[in-house]
Design a protein around this ligand. Sequence first.
Ligand SMILES: NC(=O)c1ccc[n+]([C@@H]2O[C@H](COP(=O)([O-])OP(=O)(O)OC[C@H]3O[C@@H](n4cnc5c(N)ncnc54)[C@H](OP(=O)(O)O)[C@@H]3O)[C@@H](O)[C@H]2O)c1
Length: 345
Amino acid sequence: MSGTMKQVVLASYAKGNPKPSDFRIEQVPVPEPGEREMLLQTLYIAVDPLIRFSLDEKLLSGASRMDLGAVMVGPTVCKVVASNHPDYSPGDFVEGRTAWAEYAVVAPDQSDYRGPPRKLDPSLAPVSTALGALGGPGQTAYEGVVNVGRLKAGETIVVSAAAGAVGSMAGQIAKALGARAVGIAGGEAKCKALLDLGFDAVADYKEPDFADQLKAALPEGADVYFENVGGDVTLAVLPLLKRGARMPMCGFIAYYGVGMEGPGPDHLPGFYRHIMAKGLEIKGFAGIFAGQKGLDDIAGWIKEGKVRFPESLVDGIDAVPEAFSSVFSGHDHVGKLLVRIAPET
Ligand SMILES: NC(=O)c1ccc[n+]([C@@H]2O[C@H](COP(=O)([O-])OP(=O)(O)OC[C@H]3O[C@@H](n4cnc5c(N)ncnc54)[C@H](OP(=O)(O)O)[C@@H]3O)[C@@H](O)[C@H]2O)c1
């Protein structure tokens, strides 16, 4: 296939939260697939917060660091345009980690630990859900709630960043398990969206009476805290955890822009006091461990009408830098934020 395409490259390392000016859009030739490779047309790009870990000048944590001028990479859903690989045919829909570009060449035999691109069946669910409810965010929510949090029917879970891709699934999975779900989000619209999704109560962390809202939402405390944020949100949750509460540590987005030190004198001494006094169990995890079992259970709950898959769309590759940056600075989107690069048909 000849012609040119747009791609997003890293223009400067992120200082604090990423800004659209940290990225540059380039026009380049569409690549040609070689032996056992395929050419993909990008349909959706997921602007995941964890990509921030690869944007520090010096790698602090995470798997890799981007070079300046390199094409950004992340979770995508694509359509196969041309294939020199026997396992894939033109027209197939696939989910994987590919370039932030309108087209990408992929060698399935040289995939990373996630394995080759996953083929999707559009008759089972919209292919975009492979980046949300039926993909990494769904698996992450499942791993945190079911395997790490060990949430049981009748217990209460509190979820931070609850209106995001992972949080919105975590609360719904909790409800499907027969637990009580309390969501923390920023702004009235997001809090209302959580109640519409079936959360039992919400607290708006952007309001001055947030701590009181949270107390009212958790009159008997919480058995599990699904941690996505860190900082002041976490400090408000800790006093409300029950003895022996579990704290699946999924992420800490409020601190992604501040390196290893944290802002000023941190609150770790008080944090550790809560851990000791209450015998809290805190465990970090990665969503991929939920595997196919997590996705199968979620698909079953979707079929039963117990779980929905909220997603928000913005359009065009030029919108990717702004969309990615908005994840860290508060936006109005609920559920998985996707950038639609091309129509599915
Ligand atoms: N462990 C794993 O395997 C794994 C996998 C995927 C994601 N994660 C982590 O899970 C968390 C959620 O990811 P996601 O994919 O659901 O992201 P998402 O859909 O982009 O949602 C992120 C949400 O975080 C909230 N937020 C941003 N900055 C904040 C701040 N300073 N204080 C409080 N809230 C803030 C925003 O909601 P508001 O507008 O309500 O502030 C935003 O909607 C992140 O920490 C991410 O890194 C971990």
